[in-house]
Design a protein. Structure first.
Length: 333
């Protein structure tokens, strides 16, 4: 009896041990599967394009955090979209998710960043800190948020020959899918924009925008292969504030054609028209008469007041006030 009892206890012990090993093996396999999914999800956020024609590189990849956290580390991130002619490179990537909530991912990305498009637009950027979080669902990425501190970026367009330098103390980007549409909210604080060979017209400013792209919810995770090309939407509100009550507000519908040119009919509201006029004349004395003429016209539209509302019309990238006062050309995306 004693020998039989010991034999039965031994079998139970080995069965228990085998069960533990099996559970650990299954858990470990699931952990690495989740880690691979984490990599794919984060790369989709960095370059939200369709999978066809897109390749992503996560150099010196390292999975960390086992067993309770899922962490992904890369020394450098690169993305090539051969279909749309976009290439991008970034610095070190660190991302993590809790095992009990793998659909909620937080990640950090280091500068520098280099982005180039087939339309001749190149962007280089650096920042002090970039943090982001995203939430996934069965249909893909549901929503994502990003915060950037100390952003400094330079955009060069070979199409127009223009170079624009932008810096911002604090930047926020929030995106979400909404019944197939893409909702976006953006803000800049303590920002500055300088166009090369142009005078510095405005001081530092703050800006925000609230926008919806119809039927483009898939852009958030790369399941929409078209992106902005052929897209339409509504700019619910965009605000630029340069202080002292000088505020511009822009609202209205817009669209991009298949070549990436913008068209739209916006309502432009300007607060403190007089101070805006004075700032422009001080910065651009050579066109002071033109500024005065335009200000008088706008003041007439405002019925003598200092707050004016006009139509800003953009057709295939050509911007005008009320369809007859030319402002310039907006390059394709």
């Amino acid at each position: 009896m004693a020998a039989s009892s010991q034999s039965g206890s031994g079998r139970k012990f080995w069965l228990l041990g085998l069960g533990i090993v099996l559970v650990v093996a299954i858990y470990t396999g699931g952990w690495f599967y989740a880690a691979a999914h984490l990599k794919e999800t984060v790369l989709k956020v960095i370059a939200p394009r369709s999978t066809a024609g897109v390749s992503g590189e996560c150099a010196d990849i390292d999975f960390r955090g086992y067993p309770f956290r899922i962490g992904l580390y890369c020394s450098k991130v690169g993305v090539d979209d051969n279909t749309n002619g976009v290439s991008a490179s970034f610095g070190e990537l660190r991302s993590a998710a809790q095992v009990y909530a793998p659909g909620h991912i937080v990640w950090e990305l280091d500068s520098p960043a280099e982005i180039r498009t087939a339309n001749g637009l190149s962007i280089s950027a650096q920042w002090a800190n970039l943090q982001s979080s995203l939430v996934t669902r069965l249909r893909g990425i549901d929503r994502t948020s990003m915060i950037i501190d100390g952003l400094k970026a330079t955009a060069v367009s070979s199409y127009t020959g223009q170079t624009v330098n932008v810096d911002a103390g604090h930047t926020e980007v929030h995106l979400r899918q909404n019944a197939g549409d893409l909702d976006g909210a953006f803000s800049l604080e303590d920002a500055n924009a300088v166009i090369k060979d142009w005078p510095q017209v405005f001081p530092k400013f703050s800006a925000s925008a609230d926008i919806t792209l119809a039927g483009r919810g898939g852009m958030i995770d790369g399941s929409d292969p078209q992106g902005l090309y052929g897209a339409s939407g509504e700019l619910r509100k965009a605000v630029a504030d340069i202080g002292d009550g000088k505020v511009m507000t822009l609202t209205g519908p817009f669209s991009f054609d298949e070549q990436g040119f913008l068209s739209g009919k916006f309502k432009l509201e300007i607060e403190q028209l007089g101070p805006w006029r004075d700032s422009l004349k001080q910065a651009l004395p050579e066109i002071a008469k033109t500024v005065d003429t335009a200000a008088k016209l706008l003041k007439a539209l405002a019925v003598g007041g200092d707050r004016v509302s006009v139509d800003l019309v953009v057709q295939h990238g050509n911007a005008t006030v009320s369809g007859f006062i030319p402002l310039g050309t907006i390059p394709p995306i």
